[in-house]
Design a binder for this molecule. Structure first.
Ligand code: UD1
Length: 417
């Protein structure tokens, strides 16, 4: 088991470079099997979710070559076999193999995906989308068999603008016969990145990034070269850390537009920000105003930044409120923030934070990936030593977190115990 130890209360200064986006990478790797030739993807982050998906590719006999931050995927010897539960349960995004295998072979057999326990996380919208394209879905316990004689275009309205369902339906529809229209599609930047990747291969997708995506099916998908966009959630996490400890901290390789909602809230709180074309420079202040946030689909305030943001709210003067609207179970970090000294109460889906409160290091748990990010932010701010267990969650999504933070002055280590 790994634990993270942080000696907090240190000022952080220098530059942190943001890696490729986890939530784009985890869809691009399964999407790569759709090529009939070879796909090269660069700026792939070295996180355990990447490893878990490459393990699935190898299981399916796909040639995978890794060279520094690039990955070359060649599916010429690929076999469409069942994806075992030990692979699917490692991460949520394993479900993108459903759409990709269905699109390529008209059949996918795999188990219910894993991932953070932040809510029920059903996949009904994905499956309804596959059915609309002509597939049948059989479900035996945790196992799903999705298959079709042929796939045909369809008009699909998503009851919820789900990121996963939007991408999975795109993957299944790129080679379907005729035109698919996804209405109330999710608009997250990662979806645009996946659509660009597929279009580079020869797909015909328009409208990604808007709520209506149109896909004209094609027969062949060819060779392509693609780059993963910078991770907006990693960027946002480090900007928040900068607001807590930066003297100043430069967050580099960012698309600032992707974190607009966070930057506006930080400005409202009184954080000093300089926003460049591809960087954000953040300087901590002695006093912050209390601000309220409510999570929403993009371009609203990202649910994945809600947990780290609550740490800043513990340092703001007065009463702040955070309302979570996407996931039912995303306040699991709150008891640990309270152990660190925060004054927070949770009622239904709203946390009320009264600040400022001094944080003092103690033993806490990374209950999920972004709760873990919140623990890191709190540990860096807290006086004394914070020990975080269940660090595996954090390593699923933050490339070289210890190295990046050490380079700007943090005292942080990971130990195997
Ligand atoms: C993705 C992100 C995750 C982020 C979330 C919302 C990845 C790998 N993960 O998760 O970090 O928190 O978007 O921005 O990209 N829903 C259904 N039925 C479905 C699908 C979703 O009811 O079939 C519900 C979910 O329970 C949730 C909401 O829709 O309440 C949004 O989920 P969705 O956008 O699909 O999130 P993910 O793609 O799983």
């Amino acid at each position: 088991m790994k634990i993270m130890e942080i000696e907090g209360g240190k000022d952080l200064s220098g530059t942190i470079r943001i890696s490729g986006a986890k939530n784009a990478t985890v869809a691009l790797i399964p999407a790569a099997i759709l090529t009939d030739e070879e796909a090269t993807i660069c700026n792939i982050p070295e996180i355990t979710d990447t490893e878990a998906l490459c393990d699935i590719l190898k299981e399916l006999k796909v040639d995978v070559k890794r060279a520094s931050e690039s990955i070359i995927v060649n599916p010429k010897n690929m076999e469409n076999i069942e994806i075992a539960e030990k692979f699917s349960k490692k991460l949520r995004a394993s479900y993108y193999f459903m759409g990709a295998l269905l699109g390529k072979y008209k059949k996918a057999v795999m188990y219910f995906p894993g991932g953070c326990s932040i809510g029920a996380r059903p996949i009904d919208l994905h499956l309804k989308g596959f059915e609309a394209l002509g597939a049948t879905v059989q479900n035996e316990g945790n196992k799903y068999i999705v298959e079709a004689e042929s796939l045909h275009g369809a008009n699909i309205y998503l009851d919820i603008a789900s990121v996963g369902a939007t991408i999975n339906i795109m993957l299944a529809a790129v080679k379907a016969e005729g035109k698919t229209v996804i209405d109330n599609a999710a608009k997250e930047p990662e979806i645009v990145n996946i659509a660009t990747f597929l279009n580079n291969m020869g797909a015909k997708i328009v409208g990604a990034g808007t709520s209506t995506i149109k896909i004209e099916g094609v027969k062949h998908l060819g060779k392509c070269f693609h780059e993963v966009i910078p991770d907006r959630i990693e960027a946002g996490t480090y900007v928040i850390i900068g607001a807590l400890c930066g003297t100043p901290l430069k967050i580099d390789n960012v698309i600032p537009e992707h974190i607009d909602s966070l930057l506006s809230k930080l400005e409202e709180a009184g954080v000093s920000l300089e926003v460049g074309a591809d960087y954000v420079l953040v300087q901590k202040q002695d006093k912050y105003k209390a601000v309220n946030i409510k999570t929403a689909v993009y371009p609203g305030f990202a649910t994945d930044l809600q947990q780290p943001f609550t740490v800043l709210q513990t340092q703001s003067t007065g009463k702040s409120k955070t309302t979570e609207t996407i996931w039912e179970n995303r306040f699991m970090h709150i008891p640990y923030l309270k152990d660190l000294g925060a004054n927070i109460s949770v009622k239904n889906q709203t946390a009320t934070i009264i600040g400022p409160t001094k944080l003092k290091g103690c033993e806490v748990v990374a209950t999920d990936l972004r709760a873990g990010a919140a623990m890191v932010a709190a540990g860096l701010k807290a006086e004394g030593k914070t020990t975080i267990t269940n660090v595996e969650h954090i390593l699923r999504g933050y490339e070289q977190i210890v190295e990046k933070l050490t380079a700007v002055g943090a005292k942080i280590t990971i130990k195997e115990i």
